[in-house]
Design a protein around this ligand. Sequence first.
Ligand code: MLT
Length: 330
Amino acid sequence: MLLKAGAFALSLAGLATGAVAQDYTIRLSHGDNETNPTHITAMAFAEKVDEYSDGRIKVQIFPSNQLGSEEEVVRAVRNNTIQAQIPAMANVHPVAPSVGVLLLPYLFTSSEEAHAGLDAILEPMNDRITQEGGLRFLGILEKGFRVLTNSVRPVETLEDLKGLKIRVSPNEIVIATFQSWGIDPIPMGWGEVFTALQQGVIDGQENPYTTAQTSKFYEIQKYITEIHYMIWTGPLLISEKFYQGLPPDLQDAVSRAGAEAVQIGRAANAVQTEEAMTFLAEKGMVLSGPPKDEEAWRDAARGIWQNLYPSVGGEEWAVTATGLMAEAAK
Ligand code: MLT
């Protein structure tokens, strides 16, 4: 009885000051700067979580890998020392192999197709990765095709690629894809890329148009080729341990906020991609569109899918997941 009276007195005090009890904090990490669509997604998530949880959950955003590299933070999210993250999919794959299906080269041919496929795969994916990696996707951000930039020459054919030092994320599927095109790419953490380009340790890298703009690659890169091999996807992911510790109403609040935030991020990216292309051309970059022999690139990379199945959760899952996404995109 005494306890109840005390709680009542506290809640009255809260009402009087307009204060709301904050019960949980989500620390959210990502690797981009504050103009990138990844950050816009993070901000939208923070706002919506605040709204849907009535202020009971606060989201703190840490951009530009302040809390550690993407690879390190994925592991911290698994352990719930950091609660949420928006990393590139390639950096989730080592902890949760099944997400590798989203890295298969030439999986999607457009952003629209990707949106349908990514939304359809969300629940089956969560059934697997909550077990595999202690991670849950609240939604999957999409930022358009990863385009190849370099400082040496226009890459218009597979032959032009040969001899270039191209950085890729340290991921076996991405590495195998570049090897199918006849080069050994240089795996490197994202945080080191700008300096490595600047110092000439590498000639080029591949990330979306919006990243080329927001990371200021136009200062140190000249040529862009739309290699179309992979759409940038990155989950808004949350620690399963943290999520399971929330009461059901707050789980719903977080899930709803995450799903809506990625839609906002995707829309922002579509607008920013158009702007980035114009901006990069104005800055003197040469945008050469897709390679002239794009079919040869596609055939070589699609030819290794079968070899990649063991790395993406097995053939049965790979065939089921890609089939489900293709069906949703029809
Ligand atoms: C990478 O290339 O490592 C990522 O795409 C960077 C990012 O998270 O945007």
